[in-house]
Design a protein around this ligand. Structure first.
Ligand SMILES: NC(=O)c1ccc[n+]([C@@H]2O[C@H](COP(=O)([O-])OP(=O)(O)OC[C@H]3O[C@@H](n4cnc5c(N)ncnc54)[C@H](OP(=O)(O)O)[C@@H]3O)[C@@H](O)[C@H]2O)c1
Length: 237
């Protein structure tokens, strides 16, 4: 049997995370841990477990809660053992500030978004680093956005969200610098038709996710510390 790789996807209850889990479990090369806030209420994920023939496990993980992250890391360690986690995908994210601007945004919301979009992925990387390091692929994917790119210049809106994605990008850079044995990247999934993507989104979620999987599977160690989009193109910081 060919080698099986372990993926862990946060925020897998809906949207990009759910689609990632769907696409990953369709290949026998993947063993998938779908992390979400409340597995007992995640009906779509539970249906997938029934058809996945043992290659999908659900784990409770609230990325805004450090205790939940630590508990999940212990649980995942018990599931995967010495195989570790090949691909840690920090996908969970929020944008409660909508199209807020620098001078009008509610800074309490900025704080809230920062916890989920930056503090969570930072602590998850720490809590899971041992599992990532013992794996074959040793890869961390931080799901970011071109809204966090200064080079892309999206103007005045979506400020609280953009700030957190710019910070997440710096986290990717720091992770890659500190541990050269790990491949850490930021990934913009494209503007996708999910609850967050909203009405105007340009691509079906299946298209963006297929692009993410293709790009991640073709990463080389020298790609670490870079920012890619779902087409495999480099995004300016
Ligand atoms: N859609 C786009 O166009 C787009 C573009 C660029 C970047 N992104 C990024 O892609 C990622 C996924 O976005 P999406 O479009 O799939 O968003 P979405 O449809 O709003 O889904 C967000 C997911 O994150 C989960 N989540 C939120 N807070 C969480 C927490 N504290 N703990 C655990 N899970 C949590 C949600 O869980 P519940 O179901 O429990 O609420 C849900 O599963 C985000 O990081 C987003 O910033 C999206």
């Amino acid at each position: 049997m060919s080698e099986q790789y372990v993926w862990l996807v946060t925020g897998s209850n809906r949207g990009i995370g759910l689609e990632l889990v769907k696409q990953l479990v369709s290949s026998p090369s993947n063993f998938v841990i779908a992390a979400c806030r409340n597995p007992s209420k995640a009906s779509e994920l539970q249906r997938l477990v029934d058809s996945a023939e043992g290659t999908l496990r659900l784990v409770a993980l609230d990325v805004s809660d450090m205790e939940s992250i630590s508990k999940a890391a212990q649980e995942v360690s018990g599931i995967v053992g010495d195989k570790g986690v090949d691909y840690l995908v920090n996908n969970a994210g929020v944008n409660p500030g909508g199209r807020d601007t620098a001078f009008s945004m509610d800074v309490n919301i900025l704080e809230e978004v920062f916890v989920t979009n930056v503090v969570g992925p930072a602590y998850i990387a720490q809590a899971f680093s041992g599992l990532v390091e013992k794996s074959a692929k040793k890869t961390i994917v931080n799901v970011s956005s071109t809204l966090g790119s200064m080079g892309a210049d999206y103007g005045t809106q979506c400020t609280s969200y953009s700030l957190t994605k710019a910070a997440l990008n710096m986290l990717t850079y720091k992770e890659a610098k500190e541990k050269p044995e790990i491949t850490a990247i930021s990934m913009c999934p494209g503007w996708l038709q999910t609850d967050m993507g909203g009405e105007g989104a340009t691509h079906p979620v299946s298209v963006g996710v297929a692009g993410i999987v293709k790009t991640v599977l073709s990463l080389k160690p020298e790609d670490s510390g870079q920012f890619f989009n779902f087409k495999g193109e480099k995004v300016p910081w």
